[in-house]
Structures are given as structure tokens and as C-alpha cells.
Write a protein that binds this ligand. Structure first.
Ligand SMILES: [Zn+2]
Ligand SMILES: [Zn+2]
Length: 227
């Protein structure tokens, strides 16, 4: 049968193999695009899964701040960057399917169980401009709850002050309902892990409000030059 690739839009002949038999709805990706999506093995850093190291430099610097651990599907290479950019900025929500099921399987295989799942929220301003939260589309298989709220970006004045920069207020989160999260194991979902500052800040907000543990999964992650 002929299929149209979700990423490159090329039409190609999809062989009827065992994958198509077992998956009721196979993700339509051509063999070229599939070959560019090489999953991370996530056997590296004990906190963030960065490949090739036991404890990466970013996580060492942050050591002791929380017990948060996270895993990612793919390295944030130029191909994955293009796909996520199309998904995020051109509003091509259909592309979420490239990641959503694999992201759920990644969470199950690394963290087995959680009580509540939550997406990293956008600021109100960014949500207004973009019209959707990309993390919510990626979390299709998780049934996420709105556990977190994000403050607005800092004003120009606070951004320019040393204190404002130190606080990095773009990463301040608060919990919408601390009763709901008390004693619960929370799983966070986001699109990209770069320095980890966003996910760690969200995790700390949840732990401070009584969550028993916080884990995270992202579709892609940046790799450090010197880890
Ligand atoms: Zn393709
Ligand atoms: Zn790490």
C-alpha cells in the first residue's frame, strides 16, 4: 500500500510487515525519515540519561537540588530540530504522532509507574501567540492533568538587573492544587531538554508542594560538548 510520510510528505510504498499487523495504526514514516530518527539508549547520566557519561557536568553542577531524573527519545540533531520546529511553530500538530507513542513507551520502560502526568505549561503570552502547548500534543497517551502554572516572563527592568538574571524568573512554576499532588509520583512531559533548568524548576515546585517523586520525559535533548 502507498503511504504519505508525516515528515517529508513523500509518498512511498509501505510493505505489509509484522509491525503493520501488530500496530492497528502504524505511524506513516518513510524509510529515509525513519533512518534519521535514532533513539538514544539513555544508559548514560544517572539523572538526565546523557549518553557516554555516568554523571554529566550539568547534573553535577545541580547536584543535591532534587531527586529528579529524566529520559529523552532522540538527540536534538538538525533533523529532529527541523521536525520539532515544524511541529511547534508552523502548528503542524499531526507531527506529534512521530513522537507521542514512543514517548509513552519510553516512560513505561524507564519509570514503570506514576500517579499523575503533567505537561510543562507555556507562559500565558506564549500560549496566546502559538495557540497550543506542544507538550500537550506530545502527551496524547498520558492523560495529563494541569498541575503546574507558569509565571509571565520577567519585565524588561527585572531582566536587566543582576537579581533578575539570577532568579531566571522565566523558569518559576507554581502548583495549581497542592492537595492533588501530595504523596503522588509525578511524570513531567516536555518537548526538548536543553540545560534541564525548566524541568528541574518544575520538579522542585512539585516536590516542595508535597509530590513524593518527579520524573520526566522529553521528545529530544541537546547533547553537551564537554560532559
Ligand atoms: Zn519521510
Ligand atoms: Zn545529566
Amino acid at each position: 500500500m502507498r503511504s504519505c510520510c508525516l515528515i517529508c510528505q513523500q509518498s512511498w510504498r509501505q510493505e505489509a510487515d509484522w509491525l503493520n499487523v501488530f500496530y492497528a495504526r502504524p505511524i506513516p514514516l518513510c524509510t529515509i525519515c525513519t533512518s534519521q530518527l535514532k533513539p538514544l539508549d539513555n544508559k548514560g547520566c544517572r539523572v538526565c540519561g546523557h549518553p557516554g557519561v555516568d554523571f554529566c557536568s550539568d547534573c553535577r553542577q545541580r547536584s543535591g537540588s532534587s531527586e529528579f531524573t529524566q529520559r529523552s527519545l532522540y538527540p536534538y540533531n538538525p533533523f529532529v530540530k527541523d521536525v520539532l520546529t515544524a511541529f511547534k511553530y508552523r502548528g503542524d500538530a499531526k507531527l506529534a504522532e512521530v513522537f507521542s507513542r514512543e514517548l509513552y513507551l519510553l516512560a513505561v520502560s524507564n519509570f514503570q509507574k506514576w500517579d499523575l502526568a503533567a505537561c510543562i505549561p507555556l507562559t500565558k503570552e506564549r500560549l496566546r501567540v502559538r495557540g497550543f502547548n506542544q507538550a500537550e500534543l506530545l502527551a496524547e497517551h498520558f492523560t495529563p492533568a494541569p498541575l503546574l502554572e507558569r509565571t509571565s516572563p520577567p519585565s524588561k527592568q527585572s531582566k536587566s538587573s543582576a537579581a533578575g538574571r539570577r532568579l531566571n524568573t522565566e523558569h518559576i512554576f507554581s502548583c495549581s492544587d497542592s492537595k492533588q499532588i501530595k504523596g503522588k509520583r509525578i511524570l513531567l512531559i516536555d518537548d526538548i531538554y536543553t540545560t534541564g533548568a525548566t524541568l528541574h524548576a518544575a520538579s522542585e515546585a512539585l516536590i516542595q508542594d508535597g509530590a513524593s517523586s518527579v520524573k520526566g520525559v522529553t521528545a529530544a535533548r541537546a547533547l553537551l560538548k564537554n560532559s
